[in-house]
Design a protein around this ligand. Structure first.
Ligand code: FES
Ligand code: FES
Length: 213
């Protein structure tokens, strides 16, 4: 009688195993072994393992180099607020949905709650505390004050960082540009009209901070 797919040994001690199941299993094992070998070969032999315990981390923040001990899973927002006590950066959602935690990385806006602190190595981090030049507010900060562009103020540092990045990049920005720049920012107090007004006023006045021109 010709063997079938379900042909199996009649030995009652061994588990029943079809020929197809046997070869499928063997193929999967071989594939797994090959993949594991490829991954092992692809990994650089010198790749350093960091953590999970805290390790030294040096970052450039607001023009100063700071060195702290940090767990590699620490977000930039966490690091800024504690231990660095730069609490101007707010954490609203902690998942990239509200933009309250916006900072600059090399002058570009970034959600610090979605950025690992270790990924900020070698980059210039600017927070709301670093925007003013000494006692002189950034034009966008000043315009927010003059145009009453805040109520409770929780969203304000993030809004200012995004609006300041816009006017630094494009002093001729339009209302649509401002709306686009703050489109990811949630303001529960509804200050958007005054944020638009303030940002356009700052742009009209030249926009750039003196140190950034
Ligand atoms: S706290 Fe980072 S996006 Fe909301
Ligand atoms: S001013 Fe209160 S959340 Fe924006």
């Amino acid at each position: 009688m010709a063997p079938t797919d379900d042909d199996s040994d009649s030995n009652p001690i061994l588990p029943r195993l079809s020929r197809r199941a046997f070869f499928t299993g063997a193929g999967a094992s071989a594939l797994t072994a090959t993949l594991a070998r490829s991954v092992a070969e692809a990994a650089p032999a010198s790749a350093a393992v960091v953590g999970p315990e805290p390790v030294p981390l040096s970052l450039s923040i607001n023009g100063r180099t700071v060195t702290v001990q940090a767990d590699p899973s620490t977000t930039l927002a966490e690091l800024l607020r504690n231990p660095l006590e730069l609490t101007g950066t707010k954490v609203g959602c902690d998942r990239g949905a509200c933009s309250a935690c916006t900072v600059w990385l090399d002058g570009e806006v970034a959600a610090s709650c979605m950025t690992l602190a270790f990924d900020a190595r070698g980059r210039k981090v600017t927070t709301i505390e670093g925007l003013a030049q000494g006692d002189e507010l950034h034009p966008v900060q000043r315009a927010f004050v003059e145009n009453d562009a805040m109520q409770c103020g929780f969203c304000t540092p993030g809004m200012v960082m995004s609006c300041a990045a816009l006017v630094e990049r494009n002093p001729q920005c339009t209302l649509d540009d401002v709306k686009q720049a703050v489109s990811g920012h949630l303001c529960r107090c509804g200050t958007y009209p005054n944020v638009f007004k303030a940002t356009l006023a700052a742009a009209k006045g030249g926009g750039k901070a003196k140190g950034n021109s």
